[in-house]
Design a protein around this ligand. Structure first.
Ligand SMILES: Nc1ncnc2c1ncn2[C@@H]1O[C@H](COP(=O)(O)OP(=O)(O)O)[C@@H](O)[C@H]1O
Ligand SMILES: O=C(O)C[C@@H](O)[C@H](O)C(=O)COP(=O)(O)O
Length: 355
């Protein structure tokens, strides 16, 4: 299979001729980061350490993995925009208002006119390590985003486009995402695929694997948990669930960087040039585990965009994840640079003990 790298990448590589220790994004763009995918509501259990059946009250937050990541990126100081669709109701307006308050450009956030509703995620916090999510995803507005509603100019004006894999689960959002990938490639915008596998909206394991593979082929950076990569490997023979096997496939396409997350065990990055980098997780006083992946992604991408090495970017992502899992919400708890740096320093001084 032939290797295809973007013009920006080839130029960078020719200039620097260094081991791939960092990643470069196109310069001179209005936006650092644009995300495409769902804008939803999280309803996080107030009474923690009990099952959903016994939970009586919840707190409302903006949610949806790509929304959380976009909020994280904006808090970390990046000029951020969002491409998505919201319901024409109070929840939709709450989401739009929150994004605007967080300084996220919503010019490509479209309001549905078909009576679709806002997706809800009720979270159950049985214990710090036993968390689950009950999703209400019937007739949701986010999956109604159509290809003609995606603004090519916004993608052309962004350094990076983050695609949430869940947006591939149904049409017309699936076509909107595939088109956004084509726009990104056309304009040399770095594509980051967060696999973000949520089984609820998919019809079958085969459908999931086919569409994830299609998107991953066009992505420069692919991020997912071991289990999420497993869901893409339905037609492969990776019986040992080998991370290096997983990563190596994507270097035959567009990928330069593949990150495989292993929860508390940390994460591992592979580069097209053969670098393998492991990152341990930091200690945390965990309230709930969801939100770890989204904050890790924001922290990691921030690191790359700030010129940190892959190793340092992973550390930054891991510390950002700790801050979010030690908090009640995901979006609202996304940290600033100062908060992450302070967390790393406190860990290094031994002031934070896991619990
Ligand atoms: N219990 C934990 N303690 C400390 N860090 C954690 C914990 N769980 C996750 N993390 C951090 O968050 C990152 C992403 O978490 P992970 O659970 O793999 O992703 P996701 O939330 O997408 O399933 C990990 O690589 C790790 O750095
Ligand atoms: O993605 C959703 O729709 C729900 C999220 O807002 C939720 O808080 C969550 O599950 C976070 O996901 P994670 O970071 O992959 O743990």
């Amino acid at each position: 299979m032939q290797r295809r790298h973007s013009a920006t990448w080839n130029l960078y590589y020719k200039r620097r001729r260094v081991n791939l220790l960092s990643y470069i994004f196109p310069s001179g763009r209005k936006f650092d980061f644009t995300a495409i995918g769902r804008l939803c509501i999280d309803l996080n259990a107030n009474e923690i350490n009990r099952p959903m059946e016994e939970t009586m009250t919840f707190t409302k937050y903006v949610g949806g993995s790509p929304a959380n990541i976009a909020i994280g990126m904006s808090r970390l100081g990046h000029k951020t925009a969002f491409i998505g669709k919201i319901a024409d109701d109070q929840m939709g307006r709450f989401i739009q208002g929150y994004l605007e308050k967080e300084d996220i450009d919503t010019s490509n956030v479209v309001t549905d006119k078909t009576g679709a509703v806002t997706g809800l995620a009720f979270t159950e916090i049985k214990s710090p390590s036993e968390c689950s999510i009950l999703m209400y995803r019937d007739n949701v507005a986010d999956l109604k985003l159509g290809p003609l509603e995606v603004n090519e100019e916004l993608i052309a004006n962004s350094k990076a486009l983050l695609v949430s894999g869940t947006a591939l689960a149904a049409s017309p959002s699936r076509e909107a995402v595939l088109l956004s990938l084509d726009y990104a490639r056309k304009h040399g915008t770095t594509v980051i695929l967060d696999i973000d596998y949520r089984p609820y909206t998919w019809n079958s394991a085969e459908e999931t694997a086919v569409y994830y593979n299609l998107a991953a082929e066009k992505s420069d950076i692919i991020i997912g948990t071991r289990e999420e990569f497993d869901s893409m490997e339905r037609f492969e023979n990776n019986h040992d669930h080998s991370d290096s096997f997983t990563a190596s496939k994507w270097f035959n396409y567009s990928a330069k960087l593949v990150i495989i997350k292993h929860g508390k065990e940390g994460s591992i990055a592979y580069t097209a040039e053969g670098l393998e980098q492991r990152a341990k997780s930091y200690p945390a006083k965990v309230i709930k585990t969801f939100g770890a992946g989204d904050s890790y992604a924001a922290g990691f991408i921030h690191g790359l965009m700030s010129g940190l090495t892959i190793e340092k970017s992973m550390e930054f992502g891991s510390a950002a994840a700790c801050i979010v899992i030690s908090s009640h919400s995901c979006s609202d708890a996304m940290p600033t640079v100062a908060q992450v740096e302070d967390y790393i320093e406190r860990c290094n001084r031994g002031e934070i003990i896991a619990g």
